[in-house]
Design a protein around this ligand. Structure first.
Ligand SMILES: [Zn+2]
Length: 74
C-alpha cells in the first residue's frame, strides 16, 4: 500500500491522517473530503466535478479517461 513514495504528499494541515484515501477501489483518484472537494474538471474529457485538488496536484484524470488510457475501455 505504501510502495509508492510519491504517494506521500499530504501535509499536516489538510485534515487527513497521512494515508492516501482513494475515491474508489481500483481508482487512483483521491477521496473527496474536508479541504479536498471534488470540484475540478477532468483535464482530458472536460467533465466538471471529476477531480479533487489532490488529484490535480498529482496530474490525474477521471477514472473513465484513465481506463481508456490504460486500455480497459473499448
Ligand atoms: Zn475524464
Amino acid at each position: 500500500m505504501y510502495d509508492n513514495p510519491d504517494d506521500v504528499y499530504y501535509g499536516p494541515d489538510d485534515g487527513y491522517d497521512g494515508a492516501p484515501q482513494f475515491a474508489n477501489e481500483g481508482s487512483a483518484l483521491r477521496a473527496a473530503g474536508p479541504g479536498n472537494p471534488r470540484n475540478l474538471p477532468c483535464p482530458t474529457c472536460g467533465e466538471p466535478d471529476r477531480l479533487t485538488p489532490a488529484d490535480r496536484r498529482l496530474g490525474y484524470q477521471c477514472d473513465p479517461c484513465a481506463d481508456r488510457q490504460e486500455g480497459w475501455g473499448d
